[in-house]
Design a binder for this molecule. Structure first.
Ligand SMILES: Cc1ncc(COP(=O)(O)O)c(C=O)c1O
Length: 442
């Protein structure tokens, strides 16, 4: 049985899901799908985990939710101290929410409130990068460089300022990685000066770009360089780690890899691994303390912020990740997975790049490997690969539009952290098959 609902990427109907177990999902027709991308890089420990389900059920039997202005709770407190431990002693206040978009929205509001609390009331503007995605609410969409998703809302979005993407495969002015970092930092520096640092609240970026770029880790030294520029100009750094954080890139904070601390960080997706919607905005101590001492409270959050059962789910997921050392596993196995994918796909001339960090891997397809010319958007190559993979029982994450806003095809591979070896082999084999059939179809 299939649900009769059309979707955008070429499937006439969506299969109806009935069950999940480990790395596999099952539909109502009995078809099995290997989840090679954790859905949208969200399902960090696979599906149907009994320990997580038991933690959720146990919490529901006690109380589903203690409203945040009336009660605290054990799951909320324990998750908060676990996250502080993961993030480091420099971080303090945590604002919970239900989606990555809300976590980014809260990060932006915290930045604005912090400057307001400091009496620097003209610092209102955000700088962000082209080819980035930060969410679908109006604020988060305003700082998103994803043209297709912005277009219908232009005119109602915040007045923000875009700087270049940090992409070594498609670098600004064709620069080499070593020169690129300096050029991008200079560009940010010049932009802050042009806007006037007294007007700039924060610079927001994804340490490893997700869907908007098809997985793009910044060049070495980039994060340190932009941190230094922002420090020089008294501008906050917001790290959007909704997709790349919570262990997905092989460190709990994605920016650990780059050796810097952001002022504010947004996490979501892998935090509770999809068992219940949960996201968080995590602040450096000084920010939370300044806001609270000057203005009494952080003015963001929602009815279900810190939802008790969502926190119980997040806590259970994070404890499994910790107990099974999944973050270091992802770091080590991720490198090998990248080279296995490269080896399996390299025979196709249309593979332009295989890149990423940990279990966040992007495979970029090009019409011409030498010139990196993308396929015409109308060919919808990544969607076609995604559709063929799905037909063959593999879920991957097709992305398009990172070249000039419309062209550009990538497939994201982002399996659950505890995917078994045999499942990773199945993933590679099925993906190679879908690529082969798509390219052969022309
Ligand atoms: C980097 C990044 N930020 C924010 C979001 C928005 O998260 P959500 O879809 O949970 O609102 C996403 C979602 O894909 C994301 O990848």
């Amino acid at each position: 049985m299939t649900a009769n609902r059309a979707i955008g990427w070429g499937m006439e109907t969506l299969p109806r899901i009935v069950r999940g177990e480990g790395s596999y999902l099952y539909d109502a027709d009995g078809r099995r799908y290997l989840d090679g991308s954790g859905g949208p890089a969200a399902f960090s420990i696979g599906h149907g985990n009994r320990e997580v389900n038991a933690a959720i059920t146990e919490q529901l039997e006690k109380v589903a939710c203690g409203y945040r202005y009336l009660f605290t709770s054990e799951p909320l407190e324990e998750l908060t101290s676990l996250l502080r431990e993961r993030c480091g002693a420099e971080f303090g206040h945590i604002v919970y929410s239900c989606s990555g978009s809300e976590a980014v929205e809260s990060a932006m509001k915290v930045a604005l409130q912090y400057w307001d609390a400091r009496g620097l009331r003209t610092k209102k503007r955000f700088i962000e990068r082209e080819r980035s995605y930060h969410g679908n609410t109006l604020g988060a969409l305003s700082v998103t460089g994803f043209l297709e998703r912005r277009r219908p809302f232009e005119g109602s979005l915040l007045d923000v300022s875009f700087v270049s993407a940090a992409n070594t495969y498609r670098p600004l002015a064709g620069l080499a990685a070593s020169e690129l970092t300096v050029a991008l930092a200079d560009e940010l520096d010049a932009r802050i000066k042009a806007l006037g640092s007294e007007h700039v609240a924060a610079f927001i970026f994804e340490p490893v770009v997700g869907a908007a770029g098809g997985v793009v880790p910044a060049p070495p030294g980039y994060a340190k360089a932009v941190r230094a520029v922002c420090d020089r100009h008294n501008v906050l750094v917001i790290a959007d780690e909704v997709m790349c954080g919570s262990g997905r890139c092989g460190t709990w904070r994605a920016l650990e890899h780059d050796g810097i601390l952001p002022d504010i960080m947004a996490v979501g997706k892998g935090l509770a691994g999809g068992y219940i919607p949960l996201a968080a905005t995590i602040l450096r101590k000084e920010l939370g303390e300044t806001i609270v001492s000057e203005q009494g409270a952080i003015l963001t959050g929602h009815t279900y912020s810190g939802h008790t059962t969502a926190c119980a789910a997040g806590l259970a997921v994070q404890r499994i990740i910790e107990r099974e050392s999944l973050v270091s596993h992802v770091r080590i196995r991720g490198e090998a997975l990248r080279s296995d994918l490269r080896a399996a796909l390299n025979r196709f001339e249309e593979i332009g790049d295989v890149r990423g960090r940990g279990y966040l891997i992007g495979i970029e397809f090009v019409r011409d490997r030498a010139t990196k010319e993308p396929f015409p958007a109308e060919r919808a190559v990544s969607r076609a690969i995604g559709r063929r993979a799905l037909e063959d029982g593999l879920i991957c994450y097709p992305c398009a539009g990172h070249v000039g806003g419309v062209a550009g095809d990538t497939i994201i591979v982002a399996p659950p952290y505890n995917t078994r070896e045999a499942e990773l082999s199945e993933l590679i084999e099925k993906l190679a098959g879908a690529v082969e059939r798509t390219l052969a179809a022309g």
